[in-house]
Design a binder for this molecule. Structure first.
Ligand SMILES: [Zn+2]
Length: 449
């Protein structure tokens, strides 16, 4: 409706102008180069307008012709970029799919088509790694260090390579450089903490661990245990340096942080005995026994009670048993101390009670020992030893990642160097497959009597 009105209005204006011009006739004459043209003003006006229109058209045509090469250039550049990004995408997909030849081909193609070194260098490095060409990958990662926008990615690549190659010194340096660039990156804090701990830099590891927990890289509960282990290692270090006060205070902090952690309680108790505080030591062991009865704690308790005669020790060990009266470890601990005191009846009683709860290789060996000591019954002892040989392996301090068994607890695995990796569990590997000296507790220690 509005369009129709608008059209009628325009038509009216044109008609009005036409009428206005017809009502005012006049002539225009041109004398030029011997030609004489005479026409009405209206026709001259129309010719003039047509000439203007033709000139405008010609101008646009010439401009379009002049601009063509630039347009062609721009178009081909856009196409090149588009092909470059397509190659980059295909390369990334190939990396994700583990297709090394395509990844490398696409990396080269993208590199030729795109002027974006940060993007293509990373793809080239990943493609090289996929093909197992670590040296080429290292060159790309190193080249990435020159640009601020890729330096962190380059460091990450080099760090991963160093860890894979087992070069912990290099890895630690790279991780520290990376932290200087991006101090709050969770994965980096977790990695750096692990590297510092493995290298025995306990104080630095403690600081990084705190940051890693805050950044969410390590769960709070795991962090608490790691910190306990770090404190224990600091305690060992202080002792090696002859600083018994600080050795004791670190062990105390570790025990306070995790009262149920056996290595902390056992260590604290031993240091307290050495410092002339056997009563405090006994309390520490009893407190932890209630939470997690363990043979290492029984050993520590025996050291605490070293000054007493065997019969009194049996009496005092009953205090330990009262902390966890239904636990198999309580009865084994009592049986062993009774065997030492030659209280055969009491020893047999606790061994039988332990057997009713959970038979084990360790228990069969103690039965054999009892038969030999009490009755000199070699045949019965042999029967028990045969049972022991057929029984599953006893739990021991076993490294989670490498499965190696340590005869004593430590912060670092003596086999693979992992930090805080020892758990009290039955090893899954046959002892013959392990390093010498890594035999399980029950085999390495002559029943620790
Ligand atoms: Zn290990």
């Amino acid at each position: 409706m509005i369009r129709a009105l608008w059209f009628i209005l325009k038509l009216a204006v044109v008609i009005a102008i036409a009428i206005w011009l017809i009502e005012r006739p006049g002539t225009v004459s041109v004398n030029w180069l011997g030609y004489a043209i005479e026409t009405s003003f209206t026709v001259a006006l129309l010719i003039g307008l047509a000439a203007l229109g033709i000139a405008a058209l010609g101008y646009r045509l010439i401009r379009a012709i002049l601009r063509t090469p630039g347009r062609v250039r721009r178009h081909s550049r856009a196409r090149k970029r588009e092909r470059g990004y397509r190659a980059l995408t295909q390369g990334m997909v190939a990396v994700a799919a583990g297709d090394a030849p395509t990844a490398r081909k696409m990396a080269r193609k993208a590199d030729g088509l795109l002027n974006e070194p940060p993007l293509t260098m990373l793809l080239s490095a990943q493609a090289a790694q996929l093909q197992g060409d670590e040296r080429a990958a290292k060159e790309y990662f190193t080249a990435m260090l020159d640009r601020p926008e890729t330096a962190f990615l380059g460091l990450r690549g080099l760090l991963t390579q160093a860890i894979k190659a087992g070069d912990r010194v290099e890895a630690l340096q790279l991780a520290r450089k990376a932290r200087a660039l991006q101090p709050n990156t969770p994965w980096l804090l977790g990695t750096l903490y692990d590297l510092e701990a493995r290298s025995g830099d306990w104080a630095a590891a403690e600081g990084t661990l705190q940051q890693a927990i805050q950044a969410g890289a390590i769960p709070t509960e795991d962090g608490r245990r790691h910190r306990t282990v770090l404190l224990l290692e600091r305690s060992f270090e202080s002792e090696r340096r002859g600083r018994s006060d600080s050795a004791l205070s670190h062990a105390q902090s570790a025990h306070d942080l995790m009262p149920g952690f056996v290595p902390a309680a056992a260590r604290l108790a031993r240091l307290q005995v050495a410092a002339g505080k056997p009563k405090a030591a006994a309390k520490v062991v009893e407190r932890t026994w209630r939470l997690s009865p363990h043979p290492d704690l029984a050993d520590a308790y025996r050291e605490v009670l070293n000054g007493y005669d065997p019969l009194t020790r049996v009496k005092l060990f009953e205090k330990l048993l009262n902390q966890a009266p239904k636990h198999v470890e309580s009865h084994i601990a009592l049986a062993r101390i009774a065997l030492e005191a030659q209280l055969w009846g009491e020893a047999r009683d606790h061994l039988n009670r332990a057997l009713a709860i959970e038979p084990s290789r360790r228990l069969y060996r103690l039965f054999a020992e009892l038969e030999r000591s009490e009755r000199q019954d070699e045949a019965a002892a042999r029967d028990w030893m045969a049972k022991a040989a057929a029984a599953p392996a006893d739990p021991a301090w076993t490294c989670d990642p490498c499965n190696a068994v340590s005869h004593a607890w430590g912060g670092l695995c003596g086999h693979c160097g992992a930090f805080d990796s020892l758990d009290w569990k039955a090893p899954t590997l046959a002892p013959s497959l392990m390093e010498p000296g890594d035999a399980p507790v029950a085999l390495a220690k002559p029943s620790a009597a």
